[in-house]
Design a protein around this ligand. Sequence first.
Ligand SMILES: Cc1cc2nc3c(=O)[nH]c(=O)nc-3n(C[C@H](O)[C@H](O)[C@H](O)COP(=O)(O)OP(=O)(O)OC[C@H]3O[C@@H](n4cnc5c(N)ncnc54)[C@H](O)[C@@H]3O)c2cc1C
Length: 463
Amino acid sequence: MSPPEFQLHIAIVGAGLGGLAAAISIAQSGHRVTILEQAPELGEVGAGIQIPPNSSRILKRLGILSKVEALSVRPHEFVLRSYRDGKVLSTQPLLPYCEERYGAPYLHIHRADYHRVLVNEARRLGVAIQLNAKVTGIDFEKPEIKLADGSTLAADLVIGADGLKSVCREQLLGKKDPPKLTGDLAYRVTIPASAMLQHPSLLPLIENPAVNFWLGPSSHCVGYLLKREGGEGIYNMVLACPDNLPELVNTAKADLQEMRDFFSGWDENLRLLLGLVDDTSKWRLMNSEELASWAHPSGKFVLLGDACHATLPYLASGAAMAVEDGYLLGRLLSKIPRSAPPPAFLLPDILTIYETVRKPRTTRVVKQSSHYQQIFHMHDGPLQRERDRQLLRYQQEPYAGYPNKWRDPVFREWLWGYDAEQEVETAWAVYRSGRFPLTMGGRWESEREVVGSAVGSMIMSRL
Ligand SMILES: Cc1cc2nc3c(=O)[nH]c(=O)nc-3n(C[C@H](O)[C@H](O)[C@H](O)COP(=O)(O)OP(=O)(O)OC[C@H]3O[C@@H](n4cnc5c(N)ncnc54)[C@H](O)[C@@H]3O)c2cc1C
């Protein structure tokens, strides 16, 4: 009889999209996973979420893309419009562009559906999910998690995936660290597609699904279609505008008239859509500053997702970054030999590799999302006119720095062309060659250029 394989026990705090992606990837790597979730039941807040190709490629590798796709809408394109009259300023094709270029689709899905697919897959792989499990403290050296009910859970590694208002991050920093205000809030609304069918000018939003953006002063709106399992379509909208929530109130039921008044001078179709809404809420949009480190020096604790890089949602990439983190961490943990307990240095090294490759990318997403706030929210005037002129003039020859970042040939490749699997293999090759100084930091990007192309060909030849 062959000896039983060695397994690490990994505890994840938080069953959000990031924590679940990590759980699936780690379970597939052969380790035992327990998730601690504070909520009494599993679910996701909010309606829609966009899944860009860098993230859907990971779902493919995790073996769950077909389940997610079955519940998703495939938008044809991104459309940036002027707020006044809906005039199209710039587009970016998505279908079949993303499949052809990145080998993975761009998708829209209801968050509850996405979350359910991940939960089912995690459970199928044997991940234990404990509900009503509010984490209040962490002993980083053991490591051991303390829960609100007084119980504790010991593990070999603890992953803090507890979102924007992360207890894990505050424990790591040893101080309060509330999320940062961005000056914006978002109204979130949904409209039944059946109600839109009564209005001929809204039909294209259903018949030709796209991600529509209306850019206006201090604000912008995003809308896209979702489908529910067995149900009718719904149009999901996020309307970003200046934050007027009272101090310390981060979400609140909102007044429909206040929302409609704010957008009263906007495109007729947008106003028509808002006229069909019968309920709305306001969400303060917050983000975070780059942390000095995501890991504890013990080498037994690390953060992922919004807990360490919360972002404005303007690039629609926050969850995609959390999923990339989780996948990558799981794949790195698969490098631990299963024949015996790993040498003491290996787990801390893996956490260092993870942080080194992930931090520059997520920091750039957070910064570029904030930059988009400035581009999207220009007031009428010379800057806005120049932005619109460039969007229109260079739509066919976009350049690095083009104001539509999804059409910027350099940024788009960087954002959507990311192959988390190749990143892992490149990092591992660098580590194995002894060239992974544990303080590599910003030099990772250049190191990856050198080693990455060779590893890329190796991965391609395996496909
Ligand atoms: C309006 C809006 C639109 C967005 N649109 C997109 C989009 O289109 N595409 C995209 O990629 N991203 C989008 N995002 C960002 C995305 O929602 C987040 O980045 C993502 O959900 C973060 O996932 P996470 O798992 O890191 O954290 P979370 O989803 O916040 O999950 C954290 C989990 O931890 C649990 N938890 C918290 N504290 C504790 C504790 N002490 N003990 C135990 N459990 C705890 C929580 O209950 C929760 O389940 C959007 C965000 C907003 C606000």
